[in-house]
Write a protein that binds this ligand. Structure first.
Ligand code: GLC
Length: 440
């Protein structure tokens, strides 16, 4: 049958009405790196991004000295703790139960395919043996006497997970960060540390699959791109590409990167976004770093978020904050396991798919496809007996729940009608699989 997927989406869009049309017209996604400097020569080829686009779901880990006060990773800045005072936390940072293999197991059991660890956050404390660190502020030279990045990267690889490192070039210990023009010598020291540490991370730990920058702005003002005169992100990323030609790089260095980021727990609505993008958010909504205050997402919320993001072309990077001892809080592990169980049953509608061919309808359904299969993720159909979809331009051969139950359907030139089981409450989301006569 003639017609590309794009044509089919266009056909479907012409028939949009009501809620579907409203959803098409607004998107809740906000991309932080929108204004970043472009340089196509640094960007990965789409074929080198394919693994990342297929993976869909990753684990973000914020872990560092800030886990000790347990008031979030911004505690040093928020509470104006002087650097010398904050540095004393390193004397107590000697986790007995840090076990990166266990982190990797939890990640895999959640159905996640890659990890991103805060190798160094804005407080300046490096989780590896870092010769470039200002004042030797790193885990190998303080109480822990361990190179956590080495242990973590090895564990990810052993488990078959993509290896991601988060790095914040900015460092609150440098007054020059807050006054880059007035205290330019000090700011330059911070920049030199940043280049040196990124080079260490990119050259000493084998293949790095993801480099995730954060905090490219200066004095907490403006955008990452506004600070590009200082960080010179094109030069920085050229250096990164020398060591890691295939690393997937995020947009927060001031250069546009290989994908866009949407940050935070807000709902995702609106149409499919046809560029690689990732939503990062917190399982414990209180903060990224370990926090005594717990305000966790439920597994149902996480699954719905995953569907809403994947159905619009994105990935989800879900964060946990291990405690000072390196342990991911057991209630978080339980929630992640519930998500993993859902993915075990429904993952074929998630992994390796692309969004469409139907545009999402906010709060109702999203669709994904892979070859000759289309997956309709039902978010809320309580009380409905049938699902009405726009025409597809392909013949549907069969329709069933992913769990196996056959569903009757009618396909005409203008509509598809699928009868759905008489659920009173659809929870957690259920997935329909359509088999087509030909790949999309
Ligand atoms: C923000 C915060 C930071 C967190 C990050 C995650 O930029 O400064 O604490 O690490 O977002 O996306």
């Amino acid at each position: 049958m003639a017609g590309s997927v794009i044509d089919n989406i266009a056909v479907a869009e012409e028939q949009l009405k009501g809620a579907e049309l409203a959803s098409k017209l607004k998107s809740s996604v906000v991309f932080k790196g929108d204004k970043s400097i472009r340089d196509a020569s640094l960007k990965l080829d789409p074929k080198d991004m394919a693994w990342w686009r297929d993976a869909k779901f990753g684990m973000f880990i914020h872990w560092g000295l800030y886990a000790i006060p347990a008031r979030g990773e911004w505690v040093m800045n928020n509470e104006k703790i002087p650097s010398e005072e904050y540095a004393k936390l390193a004397d107590q940072f000697a986790p007995k139960h840090f076990d990166s293999d266990r982190w990797a197991r939890i990640t895999k059991n959640a159905g996640m395919k890659y990890m991103v660890l805060t190798a160094r956050h804005h407080d300046g404390f490096a989780l590896w043996d870092s010769p470039s660190s200002y004042k030797e502020f790193c885990s190998a030279k303080t109480a822990a006497k361990r190179d956590f990045v080495a242990e973590y990267t090895a564990a990810c690889r052993k488990a078959g997970l993509g290896v991601g490192l988060y790095y914040s070039p900015m460092d609150w210990r440098f007054p020059g960060y807050f006054q880059p023009k007035e205290l330019s010598d000090n700011a330059d020291m911070m920049k030199k540390q940043g280049y040196g540490q990124i080079e260490e991370l990119m050259s000493k730990y084998g293949k790095i699959d993801i480099l995730w920058y954060d905090g490219g702005w200066l004095a907490h003002n403006g955008t990452d791109a506004d600070a590009a005169w200082f960080w010179e992100p094109l030069m920085l990323n050229k250096m990164v590409r020398k060591y890691q030609p295939k690393a997937v790089i995020n947009p927060r260095s001031g250069w546009e990167g290989d994908f866009q980021c949407d940050e935070g727990g807000h709902d995702i609505t609106g149409p499919i976004i046809n560029i690689p993008w990732e939503k990062c958010l917190n399982l414990n909504k209180s903060s990224w770093g370990y926090n005594k205050h717990q305000n966790t997402m439920s597994s149902d919320e996480i699954i719905r978020m995953l569907i809403n993001v994947v159905g619009r072309g994105g990935n989800v990077l879900l964060n946990v904050g291990p405690d000072p001892d390196g342990v991911i809080p057991p209630p978080h592990v339980k929630i992640l396991e519930e998500v993993g169980r859902w993915l075990e049953e429904n993952g074929k509608g998630i992994y390796g798919t692309r969004p469409g061919p139907f545009q999402p309808v906010d709060g109702k359904y999203c669709s994904t496809f892979k070859e000759d299969k289309v997956y309709i993720h039902l978010l809320d159909l309580a009380g409905q007996k049938e699902l009405v979809l726009p025409a597809l331009g392909r013949k549907i051969i069969s329709s069933s729940m992913i769990s196996g139950e056959e569903l009757s359907f009618i396909q005409s030139n203008s509509l598809i009608r699928i009868s759905i089981p008489a659920w009173n409450k659809v929870k957690p989301p259920a997935v329909i699989e359509l088999v087509l006569d030909e790949s999309l």
